[in-house]
Design a protein around this ligand. Structure first.
Ligand code: A3P
Length: 308
């Protein structure tokens, strides 16, 4: 593997602090790359698995909390759920990071079918396709993703905004150099697949989840195969899950304010920043806005997707 990795295109990014590798048309860093290759070689998806897929900073943490709360709601309520004391990324493991053992433990502990990944659709392990398991994909306005990505990386690297200018992050993102980027291709891959296999792939948009949480959480539950009954709806179960997983609630829990995953450079609180739609307006110049819109129009011409 070491020899193969040496042959890949490389780029030093994030203000000269991070070495990224281009593998199968996407950019990532070495630990995730190694784990990706292992997962592609050995991960055995089961037909009952539900993959939660996303490019980083598009709402992964939120989707994980919601899906976890939905599938465990008979076991736990909003006062006993592990989401109160465990980071969402511990409740639903990341394919290209979790050790197989960890995944197995999680399956055993919660008897859960949920696994997440940032991989592009075309790079998912073959067993994800052959098992025909379900996939939920969340995506988000590209400009807010750029800003979210910027702060996440900057904080992980412990750099101030002066030491890590936004312009550099913007430029790299435009060149496609972002976690699992180019972002456009990431979204397009899942979008195309969802048209071909609509019964197996559900697309959710971060902004829709924000503006219409109830209908989208119900869509998610239906798709996962855990629909809410009429009695549950009457009893307020959907509203409770939405409240439990809300940014306001999650970002104020101790585990999310002070915790950190073992060995990670990212503190849990970095995953909960502002959660605002349109925060990009505080960072983009007119030129940046025009440039990203033009790039997005070129890439998304002829699709029904709105990333702007
Ligand atoms: P901002 O940086 O714009 O605040 P990911 O989970 O894919 O890493 O994405 C992180 C983004 O989702 C951050 O966006 C974060 O604040 C937002 N987020 C995290 N939890 C959320 C929640 N429960 N509801 C809405 N947004 C959430």
């Amino acid at each position: 593997m070491e020899e193969m990795i040496k042959t890949l295109p490389q780029h030093t990014c994030a203000w000269g602090k991070v070495k990224a590798y281009k593998y199968q048309e996407f950019w990532t860093v070495k630990p995730f790359l190694e784990a990706t290759i292992l997962a592609q070689q050995s991960f055995k998806a089961e037909p009952s698995d539900v993959f939660l897929c996303s490019a980083p900073k598009t709402g992964t943490t939120w989707l994980k909390s919601l899906a976890f709360a939905i599938v465990t709601r008979e076991k736990f309520d909003e006062s006993t759920t592990p989401l109160l004391t465990k980071f969402a990324h511990e409740c639903v493991p990341l394919l290209e990071k979790a050790q197989v053992v960890e995944r197995e433990n999680i399956r055993k502990n919660f008897n859960l079918p949920l696994i997440s990944t940032h991989l592009r659709y075309a790079s998912l392990p073959e067993s994800v396709f052959s098992s025909n398991c379900k996939i939920v994909y969340i995506y988000r306005n590209i400009k807010d993703v750029i800003v979210s990505h910027y702060h996440f990386l900057r904080e992980g690297l412990k750099l101030s905004m002066e030491d890590a200018p936004f312009e550099g992050a913007f430029e790299e993102f435009c060149q496609g150099i972002s976690g699992y980027g180019p972002y456009w291709d990431h979204v397009l891959g899942y979008w195309k697949a969802s048209l071909e296999r609509p019964e197996k792939i559900l697309l959710l948009k971060y902004e829709d989840l924000k503006s219409e949480p109830k209908s989208n959480v119900k869509r998610l539950a239906d798709f996962i195969g855990c629909p809410f009954s009429v009695d549950e709806e009457k009893a307020g179960v959907v509203d409770n899950i939405i409240r439990l997983c809300s940014f306001e609630n999650m970002s104020n829990l101790d585990v999310n304010k002070t915790g950190k995953l073992n060995g990670s450079m990212f503190e849990n609180r970095f995953y909960y920043r502002k959660a605002k739609v349109g925060d990009w307006k505080n960072y983009f110049t007119k030129e940046m806005e025009e440039r990203i819109d033009k790039l997005t129009d070129e890439k998304f011409n002829g699709t029904s997707l709105l990333l702007k």
